[in-house]
Design a protein around this ligand. Structure first.
Ligand SMILES: *[C@@H]1O[C@H](CO)[C@@H](O)[C@H](O)[C@H]1NC(C)=O
Ligand SMILES: *[C@@H]1O[C@H](CO)[C@@H](O)[C@H](O)[C@H]1NC(C)=O
Ligand SMILES: *[C@@H]1O[C@H](CO)[C@@H](O)[C@H](O)[C@H]1NC(C)=O
Ligand SMILES: *[C@@H]1O[C@H](CO)[C@@H](O)[C@H](O)[C@H]1NC(C)=O
Ligand SMILES: *[C@@H]1O[C@H](CO)[C@@H](O)[C@H](O)[C@H]1NC(C)=O
Length: 389
């Protein structure tokens, strides 16, 4: 199955977050009309901590982990996040669907999630379909009947390819005018028209981020369409991201029934192309084999996080943010670059090895799902080590 690479090398790179460090929790308190993000902070800051080397921790084998209690009384347990229990998840979600929507980082988390489920039910039958934009990994046994879906939708808003005819004038033959067919890519920044499948699933995890910042040859649009206007570009890409994200948040508030579908946002996934951010100039992620010590990233904070939290805070749908940015910033060592290309001609410091950091995101996703009723009205209190691969 796709995504199982790095398991061997990564068996020696398992880490856990220790509880003596703080635990960060973004939780949502609901009142009748409005949801807002509440950063509970204090000793229960679920997403903060440091990575600790732990050779004893086997990959995708959390059931064997002796350190974690196995029940789900999220609030009663003090500060204890439930472990990822794939069997429990499959039982809870029998006949149901979970969908990751977004870019290749969403794909990363989707693959990790499917691996974690597969590890829990290794003998279960499954089918895979790697379609674009919709892909699926379905476990099909009657008792283990769950769909794990991926919708490739890197902007969440619509990117349309519109065929267009332009006049082609060849300077060497000025009297011969031809019509040439080209494709124009229009980013419809205020439009979501293909979101129907998102309403039909039980859990949906959205993400959009890095495509907004691609410029030059790798830019994904030719023009932007907004209202009745089409224009060339938005120079301030963070502003463009905010606009697209607001289109998404409005769509979710108007279209997704929170009683049927739990909505999550993946959080901004950091990249590590420049070692000067963490004190190692002239290096990239490919030169690093260990996480950054401690609980804070020495580089500049990711400005998108504030934009994201601002947009989420205005939503009426109780969307839960997987606030993974800081913890992932500490993992400069966890990108595929070093492992896939030791010659270092190609340095992927954006995606993540699987098994690896996305497993941790999925553990937090699982904890949030299991604790869902509590996360709506209480904080999730957590107090034991978070085991991380
Ligand atoms: C899986 O679950 C769905 C919904 O409960 C049901 O319609 C379908 O028949 C199930 N499939 C199998 C193979 O059990
Ligand atoms: C997996 O299940 C989904 C519905 O949950 C369905 O749309 C998709 O076609 C299925 N994929 C395969 C490969 O059977
Ligand atoms: C998996 O599928 C095979 C072939 O259809 C079937 O014989 C087997 O019982 C299935 N496994 C389970 C655990 O249901
Ligand atoms: C677009 O133009 C139409 C017709 O002129 C108008 O009715 C509509 O309100 C406009 N929409 C927006 C978003 O400006
Ligand atoms: C990080 O911590 C480890 C263990 O305490 C230590 O061996 C290592 O030198 C530290 N690395 C840096 C860059 O401070």
């Amino acid at each position: 199955m796709a995504g199982f690479s790095f398991r061997r090398s990564y068996q020696h790179y398992a880490f856990y977050l220790v509880n003596s460090l703080f635990i960060l929790l973004i939780s949502f308190f609901l009142d009748d009309t409005h949801a807002r993000i509440v950063n509970v902070g204090g000793n229960c800051d679920f997403y903060k901590g440091s990575w600790v080397y732990d050779e004893s921790y086997p990959l995708y084998d959390s059931l064997q982990c002796p350190f974690i209690p196995g029940d789900f009384h999220c609030v009663a347990n003090g500060c204890d996040p439930p472990r990822f229990d794939g069997l429990d998840f499959v039982k809870r979600f029998k006949g149901k669907k979970i969908m990751f929507v977004g870019d290749s980082i969403s794909n990363n988390q989707w693959v990790s999630f499917a691996c974690m489920i597969h590890a829990a039910i290794p003998n279960a039958n499954f089918t895979t379909y790697h379609g674009i934009p919709m892909a699926s990994i379905n476990f099909t046994d009657p008792d283990h009947n769950i769909s794990i879906l991926f919708n490739h939708k890197p902007f969440l808003v619509e990117l349309e390819e519109i065929p267009e005819r332009i006049l082609k004038i060849d300077n060497h033959k000025p009297f011969l005018v031809e019509l040439e067919e080209i494709t124009e890519r229009i980013l419809k920044i205020d439009t979501i028209s293909t979101g129907d499948p998102w309403k039909e699933v039980d859990v949906v995890i959205f993400n959009t981020w890095h495509w907004w910042f691609h410029k030059g040859k790798i830019q994904h649009w030719d023009k932007i369409h907004e209202g009745n206007k089409t224009y060339k570009d938005i120079d301030d890409r963070l502003a463009a991201f905010a606009k697209g994200l607001t289109t998404w948040s409005t769509w979710v508030d108007n279209n997704i029934d929170p009683k049927k579908t739990q909505v999550f946002y993946q959080g901004i996934s950091p990249t590590h192309p420049k070692g000067n951010e963490w004190g190692f100039p002239h290096t990239t992620c490919a030169d690093h084999r260990t996480p950054i010590n401690g609980t804070t990233y020495p580089g500049i904070p990711e400005p998108g996080v504030a934009v994201l939290k601002e947009v989420l805070s205005k939503m009426s749908n109780p969307v839960i943010l997987l606030d993974v940015t800081t913890m992932s910033q500490l993992r400069k060592d966890a990108h595929p670059s070093y492992y896939t290309n030791q010659g270092r001609t190609l340095r992927d410091c954006g995606h993540w090895c699987v098994a690896g950091v996305p497993d941790t995101w999925n553990r937090l996703l699982y904890a949030s799902i299991v604790c869902w009723p509590e996360t709506r009205t209480h904080r999730i209190d957590m107090n034991l080590p978070i085991l991380i691969t």
